[in-house]
Design a binder for this molecule. Structure first.
Ligand code: EPU
Length: 451
């Protein structure tokens, strides 16, 4: 976004009151709780569409994505009952029906979840309408893998003015699919379609993120037959009927890493109740390598600055079990506080460094490069995208007026504002509510000076 448009957008958000004033240079100390993973809960809610009996999901965070998917499910005839305090959602998809096309488009808004409705709606209703997709602006975010996979199952996809209309005139049949890249969404698309397709499906080069393995657990509870093989291969035997499930969502490891990054950037100490070691091994190693420390307990993980010089590192994002791309943005703020040159090579999204512009305005020293600066080349090598960053530190950040560019970039802006000396105004914070439960309350609980 050009500087002029940023200023216009900030003026607009000022009028709407969509901003947070942060008086920084405060160590964040205290305890917070992180509940279920946004990127699991929303998909699990879609899986409930396949069940002919009611489902119940626990540990559901009160975030906007949950509201959006709840409304989309209601539009398709599901009964959805969410108790935010208890974090329990009941979904009854016994009598689902077609949603009004215009309503589906309006409701979906900036969410990318509707694309995952394809398989379940085809199985239950014989057709699906999927609106044009939104989501964070962090790269092209195509959905070609999804369409190629659906066609292999026998789906027919017709592009219409506001989205796509999908049918399966001869039914959905199991097939062999090899993803060009281990895409999270495309893997979920195949799983949600294959479970009830006739015959066997073999999916290779699948994503195996913990959120996906958790979804496989849910589908198995619902009656699916799924085998996880070695080397990213998943086998699915189609079944004719699925029932509802009862499940507890795994903790949001992106949110945990975001708050851990805030602890390090501000030289603070945060205990995150609900954090789980097993899903965070790679993050924990990196956190320790730069000089942060952590204590792992049954109830959660304490992340803290133990004193001494923080050390620079080379870092490369990757699919699981690599360092998550979603951890990169908040962690980059912590890297502005370490001594020396850190190199960050983003290999999952081609344009995930836009947020660094604001950090530079706040005093960070970050240079972007088109070259692959990691130990290996990635898909973006020849494609002219500035997807590597060199961060020189430590730099003293100072307060500024900044605009939230996307969900994780937005959280990184909050971390930068809390770290910076002086006052910042962070515009567009409503976007952060999409994926961070009660983040202003959590900031206050940790001693941030906000208003
Ligand atoms: N890709 C394609 N074609 C496709 C699908 C993906 O080229 O059809 C490419 C993408 O452009 C990207 C790469 O494959 O370069 C990985 O994309 P993936 O499909 O794995 O991402 P996603 O399913 O759209 C989910 C999360 C993201 C997270 C990624 C990677 C949800 C709702 N979103 O997106 O989360 O970054 O997986 O782990 O689950 C976030 O939470 O802020 C967020 C962006």
């Amino acid at each position: 976004m050009s500087e002029n448009r940023v200023v216009d957008e900030m003026e607009h958000l000022e009028k709407l009151g969509d901003y947070l004033v942060v008086r920084g240079n405060k160590a964040l100390n205290g305890e917070i709780t992180v509940r279920g993973a946004k990127n699991f809960v929303s998909k699990c809610m879609v899986a409930a569409l396949l069940g002919k009996t009611p489902s119940v999901l626990k540990n559901v965070p009160d975030i906007r994505d949950v509201q959006v998917v709840s409304d989309l499910l209601r539009l398709h005839g599901c009964k959805v009952d969410y108790a935010p305090k208890e974090g329990i959602i009941h979904i009854d998809a016994t009598n689902i029906s077609h949603g009004e096309v215009a309503d589906v488009s309006t409701l979906a808004g900036s969410s990318r979840i509707p694309i995952l409705f394809c398989g379940p709606l085809l199985h239950r209703l014989g057709e699906a309408f999927i609106p044009s997709l939104g989501g964070c602006d962090i790269g092209g975010r195509p959905i070609d893998f999804h369409f190629d996979a659906l066609r292999k199952f026998g789906a027919v996809i017709a592009k219409e003015k506001n989205g796509i209309h999908i049918t399966a005139p001869t039914g959905l049949k199991g097939t062999k699919i090899r993803l060009p890249y281990p895409s999270v969404g495309a893997t979920e698309q195949v799983l949600l379609t294959a479970v009830c397709a006739s015959g066997k499906t073999e999916l290779s080069n699948a994503a195996v993120e913990p959120e996906i393995l958790n979804e496989i657990d849910v589908l198995q509870k619902m009656g699916a037959l799924i085998t996880i093989d070695t080397d990213r291969v998943i086998h699915i035997e189609g079944v004719s009927d699925m029932k509802g499930f009862a499940h507890t969502a795994l903790t949001d490891r992106i949110e945990v890493a975001s708050w851990a990054s805030a602890a390090l950037s501000t030289y603070g100490d945060i205990f995150i109740s609900g954090a789980k070691q097993s899903h965070m091994t790679t993050f924990l190693n990196v956190f320790r390598k730069v000089g942060g420390e952590f204590d792992i307990r049954d109830e959660g993980i304490r992340f803290y600055y133990p004193g001494g010089k923080l050390r620079s590192i080379p870092l490369e994002t990757d699919v699981h079990p690599g360092f998550m791309t979603d951890w990169q943005q908040p962690f980059a703020v912590a890297l502005t506080q370490v001594h020396g040159l850190s190199i960050v090579h983003e290999t999952v999204y081609e344009q995930r460094f836009d947020f660094t512009k604001a950090l530079c305005r706040m005093g960070a020293s970050i240079q972007l490069y088109k070259e692959c600066l990691g130990s290996r080349t990635c898909r973006f090598e020849e494609r002219n995208f500035r997807h590597s960053a060199v961060i020189a530190g430590p730099t003293k950040l100072h307060g500024a007026n900044i605009l939230v560019p996307d969900l994780r970039g937005g959280f990184s802006h909050i971390v930068a504002a809390v770290t910076a000396v002086g006052e910042s105004k962070v515009y567009g914070i409503s976007l952060i509510n999409r994926g961070y439960e009660s983040f202003t309350e959590k900031l206050l609980a940790l001693g941030a000076d906000i208003g």
